[in-house]
Design a protein around this ligand. Sequence first.
Ligand SMILES: Cc1cc2nc3c(=O)[nH]c(=O)nc-3n(C[C@H](O)[C@H](O)[C@H](O)COP(=O)(O)OP(=O)(O)OC[C@H]3O[C@@H](n4cnc5c(N)ncnc54)[C@H](O)[C@@H]3O)c2cc1C
Length: 477
Amino acid sequence: MDRAIHRTIIIKNHLLQPNSDQILTTNACLSYSPPELNEVYDFDLKEMRKLLDGHNLQERDWLFNLMVQSKLFNPRKRGEKVYVAPDYNQTMEQQREMTMKRISYLLERNVFEGWLTAKGAEAELRKLALLEVTGIFDHSLAIKIGVHFFLWGGAIQFFGTQRHHEKWLRDTENYVVLGCFAMTELGHGSNVRGIETVTTYDANTGEFIINTPCESAQKYWIGGAANHATHTIVFSQLEINGKNQGVHAFICQIRDAAGNICPNIRIADCGHKIGLNGVDNGRIWFDNVRIPRENLLNSVADVSPDGQYLSSIKDPDQRFAAFMAPLTSGRVIIAGSSVYKAKIGLAIAIRYSLSRRAFSITPNGPEVLLLDYPSHQRRLLPLLAKSYAASCAANYLKMMYVNRTPQSNKTIHVVSSAFKAILTWHNMRTLQECREACGGQGLKTENRVGHLKGEFDVQLTFEGDNNVLMQQVLLSP
Ligand SMILES: Cc1cc2nc3c(=O)[nH]c(=O)nc-3n(C[C@H](O)[C@H](O)[C@H](O)COP(=O)(O)OP(=O)(O)OC[C@H]3O[C@@H](n4cnc5c(N)ncnc54)[C@H](O)[C@@H]3O)c2cc1C
């Protein structure tokens, strides 16, 4: 902690240096002692952390301590500190199994208590804080948890009604069922309204029939589908009496409790990715799969037992917008999570620049600290300043989200779209600069900063491609 404060002071001094001629100092190399060890600091670290983390500091520490106590999280002691980080030398299959073991460990310690059954802003903030901590450890762990609770569980909460809440939420919280979320298809990603999966209704049996009519309609990239998920939310065109009523969401079982794939379901693996290999992304085909009528998530529209389509929202555009509105939580989470990765990259690169030296400015003189080069300062410190601002922006967005009202939903949609795009772009730009600022060391997986680029690049694309989101922001009144 003290060292972190010292480093902050040093950075401040660099910024406030009155005479730029003196920036390149010539400390004797051999007598070098990091200035951070000798300087005093004049601000309260706890207050700074309160500002940056924003909420649920105790719960964050509690979860971090749970991780540190288990070998599953690879704790390593360096000096007085304990660090945890996944072993990325493992195969894709091993990483996926480790993700599930870590989830079981956290489940047994009640980390997910109330994530779907507790209500109110406080419960939501706790959940967001704990998810952020898992993401600081490993993106795969956070995404696997996020898909289960926020996409599958969130769809049931927001698209479903009481009958779905009673049947599924508690079992989801306890991992009796493992959920995934099948919206994207091979042929349609950003253009959700163009998906080709078709669902019809059989009034004789009271069942919906879900079908993948062509190869481009296969569900693609579905997190959790390749190995573990037992159930999925399926997004599909709903055709009633020959009329297309647009995209609707259904619950469908894809595996039994023993992990066997259900009849008329086909699943394939999306394979190795540039990051997130602890998540089993998969492809799903539905061959006229029959599900009960009650499995339509019917908060926006329903089908009566005799096959009549019922919705209070008559305009298909508005109906589609109502379906998409609950997906805001994903963008809020990604915006918040991306700032933490920028901070990790900057902590590593700035720390390195305060110990690494390169080139002397006088013959046989000591070499110069990287951060004493004005170019190095200009590369890293504006990104650091922007990351502080980004932290505040992410916290502002979270508060907006947990205190949402029907009147504020549209604003939250626009702000979350803009912040998700801007903060994830900032993160990738920062990680790239930090990687280069560390030279060759930035490429070593163990040093994290380069590896994080591969892990978090996907944040620019999923939960709304950044460019598409920015177009929506532009077009919003
Ligand atoms: C690792 C990973 C995990 C995922 N997990 C899930 C999951 O669990 N469930 C799920 O349903 N989906 C998931 N996805 C899918 C993800 O949501 C989609 O990849 C995303 O929506 C983008 O769709 P796309 O890949 O088809 O790209 P496209 O929509 O084809 O976009 C390709 C490019 O075209 C541009 N573009 C598209 N439309 C326009 C336009 N109108 N104007 C200008 N440019 C445009 C985009 O900006 C982008 O650069 C996942 C994806 C990945 C990579």
